[in-house]
Write a protein that binds this ligand. Structure first.
Ligand SMILES: *[C@@H]1O[C@H](CO)[C@@H](O)[C@H](O)[C@H]1NC(C)=O
Ligand SMILES: *[C@@H]1O[C@H](CO)[C@@H](O)[C@H](O)[C@H]1NC(C)=O
Length: 173
């Protein structure tokens, strides 16, 4: 998994004007006060730089979660409190999510690659490839988040299985 972190990849992140712009990771420090990334996000954060900081938060989350599969670290930084979860098999709250994800990701062959992320208007969206080689299954997956301040507080997701026989040669990615 960590090998993927070494791969130079370009990710899509929405600009402040809502246009999609490309820039390489790691993301640069966004404007605003304090160290970056924060040890813990501030759910009461506001101000003129909030959207840029939410974009950078989503980028940091994506590297921690999808590339490094650091469930505890990514949740402690970006999901420290409220967690309203619309994922169909899940319960509510961050402890439920941490427990489920930690169990899921104990399979070392699992990977989350090819992610693109963008944020705007108080929401973030990530599209990625979710691979389970041990059961010969790959999904195209998406996660969506609602921000409160700089923290993620609400979550939606979906998956669609990739069979490899899709009609469209550019199916999903
Ligand atoms: C997906 O990521 C892998 C590296 O993990 C890369 O080799 C491949 O080209 C990527 N595919 C697409 C469609 O971006
Ligand atoms: C692809 O394979 C799956 C699983 O065998 C099958 O259900 C599906 O109908 C196939 N799709 C196409 C477009 O052939």
């Amino acid at each position: 998994m960590s090998i993927f972190a070494l791969v130079l990849s370009i990710n899509l992140v929405a600009g402040a004007d809502g246009l999609r712009v490309r820039f390489p990771k790691p993301v640069q420090r966004p404007p605003g006060p304090g160290p970056w990334p924060p040890v813990v996000c501030d759910p009461n954060e506001k101000g003129p730089h909030l959207q840029k900081r939410q974009q950078a938060a989503l980028q940091d989350w994506s590297v921690m979660f999808y590339d490094h599969e650091d469930v505890i670290g990514s949740f402690d930084r970006w999901i420290p409190g409220q967690w309203i979860n619309h994922s169909p098999g899940a319960g509510q709250g961050r402890e439920d999510a941490i427990r489920r994800l930690s169990v899921l990701l104990t399979d070392p062959s699992i990977s989350m690659t090819n992610w693109t992320a963008f944020a705007g208007q108080g929401y973030g969206f990530v599209h990625f490839k979710f691979s389970f080689p041990s059961i010969d299954t790959v999904f195209a997956a998406w996660h969506s988040f609602r921000f409160q301040g700089l923290c993620f507080v609400e979550h939606w997701d979906g998956v669609q299985r990739i069979f490899g026989n899709e009609t469209n040669p550019i199916a999903y990615f």
